[in-house]
Design a protein around this ligand. Structure first.
Ligand code: NDP
Ligand code: 2IT
Length: 444
C-alpha cells in the first residue's frame, strides 16, 4: 500500500466519528500524492505524514456562564493547536452550536497549509465553543467570553498561540476576550488579532478575508483571460467574509446579487446593498427579513437557495459543505464559469470533483480565503513594532499576498502536470514548506 493510502486508512479508522476532519485530510493527501511518492523513503523515515495528521495537542475545558435571568449554563471550550512548525499557532475561534473536536480539527488542519501559503511565519490552530451567540444579549456574550478566556489564557501567548475570529466571533467578542486576558495577566500583549482600532487592531483586518478572496479571484481570472467586469455573482453568507467580498466585487465592477444567513436568502436584482447588509447583520444582528423590508425590490426566501440563481461566478462564504453536487449542477446549468471559496471547505469533495471535471475555475478556501489570517499576521507585526500602518499600506500588502498566492498555486499545479488544478496547487505549495520545516526540526 502506498504511504498516502496507509495514512488515509489510519486517519479514517482513528477519527471515525469526525467526517469533516476525514474530508479535509483526504483532499490534502490525495493532492500531495506526487510529492509524497517522490520522497517516500525520507518522509516515512521521519513519520512525516503520521505527525502531520495528528494535532500537537487538543485542549478541552468547561465554560460555565450565567444568562440575564441568573440561570447557569455550561458550554464546552476547545483549542486545537495543530502544528507550529513555521510559527506560533494561529487561527480563529468559532462560537456555534455545531462545534465539536471534528470541526475544529478540520479547521486547524486546513489552517496549517493556509498559513503556510501566506508566506508569513504562522503555524495552524483553531478553537471555539458550542456556545450559540444568536439571541444573546451583549452582557451574556460578555460573561461567556470572560469565562472562556479565564481558561484559555493559560494556553496562549504572543509567541505561543494567537487566536482571532471565525463564525460567531467578531469584533465584539474579540474585545471582550482581550479585556479578560489583560485583566487576568495585567499584560498588554498581542495575544489576539482582529482587535478594535483603538486597542491595537489593524486597519483592513475586518475587510481582509472578503477583499483577499476577490483579489485572488481577480488574478486567477486574469490568468485565464476572464474578468469580473460586468459579471453577475452569487455569494452565500451574510457575515464578515461575505459582506466584504460583496463590497470588493462591486468595487471591481461585478454585480453580486445574493447573500444568505442560516435561516434564509436574498436575491437583490439591483445588486446587494452593502450598507443595508451591514446595518441588518452587524448593527441590528437581525435576520435577512430586515434586509427585504429596507429593499422592496429584493426577494427573500426561507431556507437554502443562492446556488439556483443565474450567475457567472459563485462565492461560497458561509460554512463547510454548503455547496453539494446538486448545487454544482444547478450552478453549471445556469452558466456559472467559476467557484471561488471564501468559507473553509464549503464545497463537498464530490462537488469539487464535479466542478473541476466540468472545466470551471475553482479555488480552495485555504488559498482564496487566506487574506484574513494574512492581515492577522500583519496585525501581529504592527503590535510587535508598536506602530500602526495606514489603510493603504495594509491593503497594498494584502493585494500583493493574494496575487502571489494565485501564482504560487497555479505554478505548483503546473509543475506537477496538473495545470489549472488549484486544489492540487494549493495543497502541494502549502505542504512543501510545512514538510521542510518539520523535517528540519527533528521528530517530535
Ligand atoms: P460570520 O459569523 O461573520 O458569518 C457567517 C455567516 O454565514 C452568517 O451570515 C451565518 O448566518 C451564515 N451561516 C452560518 N452557518 C450557516 C448555514 N449552515 N447555512 C447558511 N448560512 C450559514 O462568519 P465569517 O464570515 O467570519 O465566516 C464565514 C466562513 O468563512 C467560515 O467558513 C469561516 O471559517 C471562514 N473564514 C473566516 C475568516 C475570517 O477572518 N472571519 C477567515 C477565513 C475563513 P447567521 O447570520 O444566521 O448566523
Ligand atoms: O479561517 C481563518 O483563516 C480565520 N478564521 C482567520 C484566522 C486568523 O487568525 O485571523
Amino acid at each position: 500500500m502506498s504511504y498516502v493510502d496507509e495514512i488515509l486508512a489510519s486517519v479514517k479508522t482513528k477519527n471515525a466519528g469526525e467526517p469533516e476532519f476525514i474530508q479535509a485530510v483526504t483532499e490534502v493527501l490525495e493532492s500531495i500524492r506526487p510529492v509524497v511518492d517522490a520522497h517516500e523513503e525520507e518522509y516515512r523515515a521521519a513519520a512525516l505524514l503520521e505527525r502531520m495528521v495528528e494535532p500537537d495537542r487538543i485542549i478541552t475545558f468547561r465554560v460555565p456562564w450565567q444568562d440575564d435571568e441568573g440561570k447557569w449554563h455550561m458550554q464546552r471550550g476547545y483549542r486545537v493547536q495543530f502544528n507550529n512548525a513555521i510559527g506560533p499557532y494561529k487561527g480563529g475561534l468559532r462560537f456555534h452550536p455545531s462545534v465539536y473536536p471534528g470541526i475544529l480539527k478540520f479547521l486547524g488542519f486546513e489552517q496549517v497549509f493556509k498559513n503556510s501559503l501566506t508566506t508569513l511565519p504562522i503555524g495552524g490552530a483553531k478553537g471555539g465553543s458550542d456556545f450559540d451567540p444568536h439571541g444573546k444579549s451583549d452582557a451574556e456574550v460578555m460573561r461567556f467570553c470572560q469565562s472562556f478566556m479565564t481558561e484559555l489564557y493559560k494556553y496562549i501567548g504572543e509567541n505561543i498561540d494567537v487566536p482571532a475570529g471565525d463564525i460567531g466571533v467578531g469584533g465584539r467578542e474579540v474585545g471582550y476576550l482581550y479585556g479578560q486576558y489583560k485583566r487576568i495577566t495585567n499584560s498588554y500583549e498581542s495575544i489576539l488579532t482582529g482587535k478594535g482600532m483603538s486597542f491595537g487592531g489593524s486597519l483592513i483586518r475586518p475587510e481582509a478575508t472578503g477583499y483577499g478572496l476577490i483579489y485572488c479571484t481577480n488574478e486567477i481570472l486574469k490568468m485565464n483571460g476572464q474578468s469580473l467586469e460586468g459579471k453577475t455573482c452569487v455569494v452565500s453568507g451574510a457575515g464578515n467574509v461575505a459582506t466584504y467580498a460583496i463590497e470588493k466585487l462591486q468595487q471591481l465592477g461585478a454585480k453580486p446579487v445574493t447573500c444568505c444567513d442560516s435561516t434564509g436568502w436574498i436575491y437583490d436584482p439591483d445588486g446587494i446593498d452593502v450598507d443595508t447588509l451591514i446595518e441588518v447583520k452587524q448593527v441590528m444582528r437581525a435576520r435577512l427579513t430586515e434586509y427585504k423590508k429596507r429593499r422592496p425590490n429584493a426577494e427573500y426566501h426561507e431556507g437554502k437557495g443562492v446556488w439556483t440563481v443565474k450567475c457567472d461566478y459563485a462565492f461560497p462564504c458561509a460554512t463547510q459543505n454548503e455547496l453539494d453536487v446538486e448545487d454544482a449542477k444547478a450552478l453549471i446549468a445556469n452558466g456559472c464559469k467559476g467557484v471561488f471559496e471564501g468559507a473553509n471547505m464549503p464545497t463537498t469533495l464530490e462537488a469539487t470533483k464535479y466542478i473541476q471535471e466540468q472545466g470551471l475555475l475553482f479555488t480552495p478556501g485555504k488559498a482564496s480565503n487566506a487574506g484574513g489570517v494574512a492581515v492577522s499576521a500583519l496585525e501581529m507585526s504592527q503590535n510587535a513594532e508598536r506602530l500602526s500602518w495606514t489603510r493603504e499600506e495594509v491593503d497594498k500588502m494584502l493585494l500583493r499576498i493574494m496575487t502571489d498566492i494565485a501564482h504560487t498555486i497555479s505554478d505548483a499545479a503546473e509543475k506537477y502536470g496538473q495545470k489549472g488544478n488549484y486544489v492540487v496547487g494549493a495543497n502541494i505549495a502549502g505542504f512543501e514548506k510545512v514538510a521542510d520545516a518539520m523535517l528540519s526540526q527533528g521528530v517530535y
